[in-house]
Ligand binder design. Structure first.
Ligand code: ADP
Length: 503
């Protein structure tokens, strides 16, 4: 694997950002945390501390809520919807202008390959914001053709208005930090809400840079706040807060359940949850092998497998199982493991030593439960949290590596020897999660029938996890509540007011 040494020179803007004191962004200014704690930010490729950030406290969340409540009524509310869209468009342009710095910070903080970080900043930073900017002046209510009892003789008009839901608490994970931040910020602002973002303590840097960019774009003070800190303190403070009207969370299922309980036990704030996944990739013998093999690799190993939509259960028909497994193993020879700044790296490090050890314990469970290790299976490198892309064949549905979300570069392969779609769907659905999935076949009837039988929020045909700002994304079963992206992704940030006028 590539050594972490000889990294390319970082841009001056990145160096300047890293060198400064990292405070909390509340009411349009970087302010001192009210607590003494700091968090070391570690480069997962080198294990070096790249900078420190101040950890906020419950008292800081209270300050941010006051700022966000007041911003909800001020200059922000006074903007016309079109002006709000223009602020978002400026925000998007400035994200593009800061692309290199944002991408470098993402690689340092999260470990992902630079090329992926650049692609994400453009596609899931700037373009995502532009997509939601376009919604600002298209948020419409309805007129309802009823005549209430109070107006038997005269006329009446009933209409609905869509209003911002209020102050949003956004809690995000570390696997794709800038995309996760933007997923929350863009629809919140498009809806006219104000937002307090709590980045993951393991990868907060791009969220903080976004605060500077938003300010420069003209987002009024208090509309977008960033409060770092640990999940159990600052995350819990957001989900329990009486003056926050909505929490939008992406992360693990266990924490999602804790947040839902906190919301229910406080002010019944609205909650959307984008949680875990263990998505099936179903391959029939007539699939286009030239397309399916690289796609299986991307589905399973993109972001080192640290992504909720990862296709980590490969269900392949027995007639082509050997050919598919051989093809995947051959393709993985080109998936170089290394520092994200090395140009040929396709697999960076896992986020932390804890995550690496967790993934390795799943690999050990796979071996112990009798799965056949076809390739990989090792942690590598003297420094950094690297794990080889790993493929297990001969898996059985009840194995730990087939049932649990590993959030690492591990693909479990099961075979089926039937064309009975009920049986295949049962295998595909034999998991608590239901986030993504794909079906690979040239038989379009079979494809559509099977898609309709798979209980996931997104099931693609002849591609995996087609992600676009306009395509709704979210999970069934224990993968979560609600949808993000697209028009549906705006809905949870709005509330409906119905008004009847009698005349
Ligand atoms: P992961 O296992 O991928 O780190 P988590 O679900 O643990 O995912 O973390 C996702 C986010 O949730 C992080 O920002 C983390 O700080 C936050 N978090 C962790 N525990 C809690 C909690 N009890 N309440 C609210 N947020 C939390």
């Amino acid at each position: 694997m590539n050594a972490a040494a000889n990294q390319p020179a970082l841009s001056q803007a990145t160096l300047d950002f890293l060198a400064r004191e990292h405070k909390l962004f509340i009411n349009g200014a970087w302010i001192q945390s009210s607590g003494p704690e700091t968090i070391d930010i570690i480069n997962p490729s080198t294990e070096e501390v790249i900078t420190k950030i101040q950890a906020g406290t419950r008292a800081d969340i209270d300050k941010a809520v006051v700022a966000a409540q007041s911003a909800l009524k001020g200059e922000w509310a006074a903007l016309s919807s079109r002006q709000r869209g223009k602020v978002l468009l400026r925000f998007a342009d400035l994200i593009d202008e800061n692309l290199q710095t944002l991408a470098e910070l993402e690689v340092l903080d999260n470990g992902q390959p630079l090329m992926i970080a650049q692609y994400t900043v453009a596609g899931f930073g700037a373009d995502f914001v532009r997509y939601y900017a376009g919604w600002c002046d298209k948020i419409e209510g309805a007129t309802i053709p009823v005549s209430p009892a109070e107006a038997p003789a005269g006329g009446s008009l009933t209409y609905t208005k869509r209003e911002p839901i209020g102050v949003v608490g956004a809690i995000i994970p570390w696997n794709a930090p800038i995309a996760m931040a933007i997923l929350k910020i863009a629809p919140s602002l498009a809806a006219g809400c104000t937002i307090i973002l709590k980045p993951a303590e393991l990868a907060p840097l791009t969220s903080m840079k976004l605060a500077d960019i938003a300010k420069e774009a003209g987002v009024p003070d208090g509309v977008f706040n960033v409060v770092n800190g640990t999940g159990p303190e600052v995350g819990a403070a957001l989900s329990e807060h009486m003056n926050i009207q909505k929490v939008s969370f992406t992360g693990s299922t266990g924490v999602g359940q804790t947040i839902a309980k906190a919301a229910a036990g406080s002010n019944l704030k609205k909650v959307t949850l984008e949680l875990g996944g263990k998505s099936p990739v179903v391959v029939f013998p007539d699939a286009n092998m030239e397309k399916v093999i690289p796609s299986i690799c991307r589905a399973a190993f993109f972001l080192q497998g640290q992504n909720c939509m990862a296709g980590t259960r490969l269900l392949v028909h027995k007639d082509v199982a050997d050919a598919v497994i051989e093809g995947v193993v051959a393709a993985l020879a080109f998936w170089k493991v290394g520092d994200g700044f090395q140009p040929d790296t396709l697999i960076g490090p896992l986020i932390s030593a804890t995550q690496r050890d967790r993934v390795m314990s799943f690999i050990e469970a796979g071996k112990a439960e009798g799965a056949r290790l076809v390739t990989g299976g090792n942690a590598v490198g003297e420094k950094g949290y690297f794990v080889e892309p790993t493929v297990f064949a001969d898996c059985k549905p009840d194995m730990t590596i087939v049932q649990e979300e590993i959030f690492g570069p591990v693909l479990s392969v099961l075979t089926f020897d039937t064309y009975d779609l009920d049986e295949i769907a049962q295998l595909a659905n034999d998991n608590v999660y239901g986030l993504s999935g794909s079906v690979w076949t040239q038989d379009i009837s079979r494809a559509h029938k099977l898609v309709s039988m798979i209980d996931s929020g997104q099931v693609s045909i002849n591609c995996h996890a087609a992600v676009d700002p306009a395509i709704p994304f979210g999970g069934n079963k224990m993968s979560g509540w609600g949808r993000e992206f697209g028009k549906e992704g705006l809905e949870p940030f709005l509330k409906t007011k119905a008004t009847t006028v009698v005349f």
